[in-house]
Design a protein. Structure first.
Length: 528
């Protein structure tokens, strides 16, 4: 018998169909993986179950939860069911948590609303629930605020909020997308354990086949608002009947066609780089402590080479990249780019700055939404002397957009008019337009669908070959780094613990931390 049963679900928003005939079910103690790219209808299906559809939405079909027809329930009845009978884990914990409330109060809130419990009883339940998800009170007191926790710890708080009342069904919407591989493995293991302990059904929504194939009992593949394939995990993965399922599977392990590009000529040299941050005092009169984010790091990146930098969140990857870009003051070490020394924390000559560009993880957040693409892509021209004329800039912008697979006419549009993959292409076009020697890519593909990610990796390989670009590719996704990089460095607690040719490091890791990262990566582990 199914706990949650969706039959013939149709949803339209202002007359535009977004879900068509969606049917799927989740049983007690069962994990259903709902897989598809952005816009396929995964999240809309989850919101339909919770009856949290946007204004202008019309819904037809049947959704039964424990024998109760949710489509026939009043809003008051749904408020009672949400959190108590069906829980929801959202993709981004920082937006799901109240930054002004401590974690204990946020978990206790669900208990107080549904059980009319007093504060003491609710806080006791919150403490026990946080303990279940691995946040023990001795290390993570209830008085902690979300900003005092790491990404993985915040995700555990969101899970605790969702399971505080032990719901029958739990919906997890992309709960591991932005997490590093070891934290992702821990969260997936936690969810699987909670399902086994409570006997609840779990609907696991993700765009990545590799995330759920090791834990889901059944899969439902969605495309353009429809379920195109469903069945047991082993059956679906063995047969791959639908072309879209095969395309997703191939994209997960995509290897771009690229040439090794190590000229042996140094482009970027980093020697004994150290970055420390001040911390609080030990007591009122105690000595001020310090935190070392980057410790005595040295490496060389050659012309035409792609160098990967991997490690967990907080290991110092982004701090190192900011120091290389001259955006962070350092307490020791030196950096050279193409023979010119970068004076970290000081104004950098435009001629030196022009040799390095960066592509950030969230392209939408790195663009001014009030400006057209033409102005956004042309921003780096302020580093060029003499500054090109307006006509020259228009021609260069059109060429850069065409280089990344867009059209020159896209220059007249605004950034909100593009998809996530197109925005990332525009970010690459902006980095490319003044023909830098080095592009730093900081988690540039981690939030993209697998097929879009494959296209971006192909694009980066093609641009590297055409323009002799060098990449410093920062990522927590080891499969992506292996696909695009010639060499790889592994960073832990501010130090480079292992580096070498990508194939050598992944096939024969020497450091125990590297072995732990590879073991936590489902794609790499299965490939081995």
């Amino acid at each position: 018998m199914s706990l949650l049963e969706i039959t013939g679900l149709d949803v339209s928003i202002h007359g535009t169909p977004v879900l068509r005939g969606v049917s799927m079910a989740v049983g007690p103690g069962e994990i259903l993986g709902v897989i598809g790219e952005s816009g396929s209808g995964k999240s809309m299906t989850a919101l339909s179950v919770l009856r949290l559809l946007p204004e202008g939405a019309e819904m037809r079909g049947r959704i039964r939860l424990g024998g109760v027809d949710l489509t026939a329930q009043s809003e008051e009845a749904m408020c009672d069911l949400r959190g108590r009978t069906v829980g929801m884990i959202f993709q981004e914990p920082m937006t799901a948590l109240n930054p002004l409330q401590c974690i204990g109060d946020q978990v206790a809130e669900t208990v107080r609303i549904h059980h009319a419990a007093g504060r003491a009883e609710a806080m006791a339940t919150a403490a026990a629930t946080l303990e279940r998800v691995g946040l023990t009170n001795d290390r993570f007191p209830l008085s902690r605020y979300p900003h005092e926790l790491s990404g993985g710890q915040r995700q555990r708080v969101v899970i605790a909020m969702a399971i505080a009342l032990r719901p029958k069904v739990l919906i997890a919407d992309e709960p591991t997308t932005a997490l590093d591989v070891t934290t992702q493995a821990q969260i997936l293991h936690l969810l699987k354990r909670l399902v086994a302990e409570d006997g609840m059904g779990l609907m696991m929504i993700t765009h990545d086949l590799a995330v759920v194939t090791g834990m889901a009992d059944r899969l439902a593949i969605m495309k353009d608002g429809e379920v195109v394939e469903t069945g047991g995990t082993a059956e679906v993965m063995q047969n791959l009947r639908h072309p879209y399922t095969r395309a997703l599977f191939e994209a997960s392990g995509h290897q771009p066609d690229r040439m090794a590009g190590d000229s042996g000529i140094p482009l970027l040299e980093v020697r004994n780089l150290t970055r420390r941050y001040p911390a609080g005092r030990r007591g009122m009169l105690g000595a001020r402590r310090g935190f070392t984010a980057v410790s005595d790091v040295s490496f060389t990146l050659h012309h035409g080479e792609s160098l990967g930098l991997v490690g967990e969140s907080g290991c110092g990857k982004s701090t190192l990249s900011r120091a290389i870009l001259g955006l962070e003051a350092v307490q020791g070490g030196r950096v050279w780019i193409d023979g010119g020394e970068v004076q970290a924390g000081e104004a950098m000559p435009a001629s030196l700055r022009a040799k390095m560009q960066v592509v950030f993880q969230d392209p939408y957040g790195s663009f001014n939404p009030r400006h057209r693409v033409s102005r956004l892509v042309a921003e780096p021209f302020h580093l060029v002397r003499p500054v090109p004329t307006a006509r020259e800039q228009r021609v260069a912008v059109a060429r850069a957009l065409e280089d990344v697979g867009l059209q020159g006419t896209d220059a007249h549009r605004y950034i909100h008019e593009f998809s996530g993959g197109q925005r990332q292409r525009i970010a690459i076009a902006r980095a490319l337009i003044i023909r830098p020697r080095l592009i730093i890519l900081d988690e540039a593909v981690s939030a993209l669908d697998v097929s879009i990610r494959a296209k971006i990796l192909d694009l980066l390989a093609d641009l590297s070959a055409r323009y002799a670009l060098s990449y410093l590719f920062i990522s927590h996704d080891l499969s992506v780094v292996r696909a695009i990089c010639d060499r790889v460095m592994v960073m832990k607690a501010g130090e480079i613990v292992e580096q070498g040719r990508a194939d050598d490091v992944f096939e024969n890791p020497q450091h125990e931390y590297t072995r732990a990262l590879i073991a936590a990566s489902p794609v790499l582990e299965s490939a081995a």
